[in-house]
Design a protein around this ligand. Structure first.
Ligand SMILES: *Cc1c(COP(=O)(O)O)cnc(C)c1O
Length: 232
């Protein structure tokens, strides 16, 4: 089941790479993050066994509970909103925090990372479509973060994360991903070490890859429907 789904997803990613209209500054390989939120810890073991090394979770508490069962292994991405009072735990657990959505959070992450002598990799979350229910930096403000980074020696901004609005037709969100890619290019022109553009979920990852994503976050298409009755 998972093996079949994985083959399908990988096939569509390869196809999308072929369909890119031009070469992208994000390279021509894509990291697949298996989003295991609201699935039990065993699903992560299965994912790791299938070779899905990148695991995405959206809540600190849930990830912590699973890690206590699983032990070490995998490369963990935080993809959900992080409250500053959970930053210490997040820094202890996650290899990449994709959902940095405020200057204040960046500051707190830096402080917590300094405490344990870690350089924390992060992405800045963009809210390209100005959706009120979503957090993230606007297209106008994300570059304002750059001057602050000289003070924050324990965070390393690796790139951007984009969540597209819900749409029946993935083509409708193509423009959002294209805008995300342009934001990436602007950022990379100022900071050449920037290398990550995380865009695309189960419904739209192929379009996201065509438009330049080099990280996709896929849950349902790999692991099936989530069980929201699970408590962690
Ligand atoms: C849940 C989630 C995903 C995965 O969603 P699917 O549609 O199940 O693939 C990806 N990114 C974020 C930020 C999420 O919260």
């Amino acid at each position: 089941m998972l093996a079949d789904n994985l083959k399908l997803v990988q096939g569509r990613i390869e196809e999308a790479l072929q369909h890119r209209k031009e070469a992208k500054l994000t390279g021509n390989t894509v990291t697949l993050v298996g989003v295991t939120k609201n699935h039990p810890a065993e699903v992560i073991s299965e994912a790791l066994a299938e070779g899905i090394k990148n695991i995405g979770e959206n809540r600190v508490q849930e990830a912590k509970a699973k890690r206590e069962v699983l032990g070490d292994g995998g490369y963990w991405h935080l993809i959900g909103h992080l409250q500053t009072n959970k930053a210490r735990q997040a820094v202890a657990m996650f290899d990449l925090i994709e959902s940095v959505d405020s200057e204040r959070l960046l500051q707190v992450i830096d402080k917590e990372a300094a405490r344990i002598d870690k350089i924390q990799d992060v992405l800045l979350q963009l809210n390209i479509a100005h959706e009120e229910q979503k957090s993230g930096f606007s297209r106008e403000e994300y570059l304002n973060v750059l001057p602050l980074l000289d003070n924050y020696r324990h965070v390393r901004v690796r790139g951007l994360m984009v969540i597209a609005p819900k749409a029946e037709d993935a083509e409708a969100v193509r423009q959002v991903f294209a805008a995300g890619y342009r934001c990436f290019c602007r950022l990379q022109a100022l900071r050449p070490e920037i290398d990550c553009l995380s865009m695309g979920m189960s419904g739209d990852y192929a379009v996201a890859v065509e438009e330049g994503a080099n990280i996709v976050r896929v849950g349902t298409a790999l692991f099936g429907q989530r069980d929201y009755s699970l408590k962690f």
